[in-house]
Design a protein around this ligand. Structure first.
Ligand code: RTP
Length: 153
């Protein structure tokens, strides 16, 4: 069985989250919770790249609007690693619809519109793997272990 401590999830700060200056806030929450950042970059994804990312939603009526929103500015992409990070990440993001996202979650604290809901998080371990390799090239995801801290006093 896969080691849950090395589970990985793909988290993205969407264009509205970047424009509202919430990148640091979102990263802080994952770091504070105890997760390890293994990849991070800002990019301006193409329509084709996003259509592939959201391929399961292609038939939804909101799909064209979703793609327009997601291509409206740069996004910040991250891969976070740690124990059950997929499930916990979704919990930290909050429900898709802000009307249902609890206060204390990212969406519950910072947004009011499902079409401007700040962040994305993988919904399964499999999606985490697929999305991480869709957004990051090999070599952009770092394997690292915390140091022994003999240089911190
Ligand atoms: P995400 O993939 O972005 O993390 O969102 P999710 O799993 O929580 O929700 P999903 O159903 O996959 O929807 C993807 C994104 O589409 C937008 N959306 N708009 N009724 C609507 O107008 C509507 N429903 C969904 C949201 O931005 C949602 O995050």
């Amino acid at each position: 069985m896969a080691d849950k401590r090395s589970e990985r999830t793909f988290i993205m700060v969407k264009p509205d989250g970047v424009q509202r200056g919430l990148v640091g806030e979102i990263m802080k929450r994952f770091e504070n919770r105890g997760y390890k950042l293994v990849a991070c970059k800002m990019c301006r994804p193409s329509q084709e790249h996003l259509e592939e990312h959201y391929r399961d939603l292609k038939s939804k009526p909101f799909f064209p609007g979703l793609i327009t929103y997601m291509t409206s500015g740069p996004v910040v992409c991250m891969v976070w690693e740690g124990k059950e990070v997929v499930k916990m990440g979704r919990m930290m993001l909050g429900a898709t619809n802000p009307l249902e996202s609890n206060p204390g979650t990212i969406r519950g604290d910072f947004c009011i519109d499902v079409g401007r809901n700040i962040c994305h998080g993988s919904d399964s371990v499999e999606s985490g793997k697929r999305e991480s390799s869709h957004w990051f090239k090999e070599g952009e995801i770092q394997e690292w272990k915390p140091a022994e801290f003999d240089w911190v006093y």
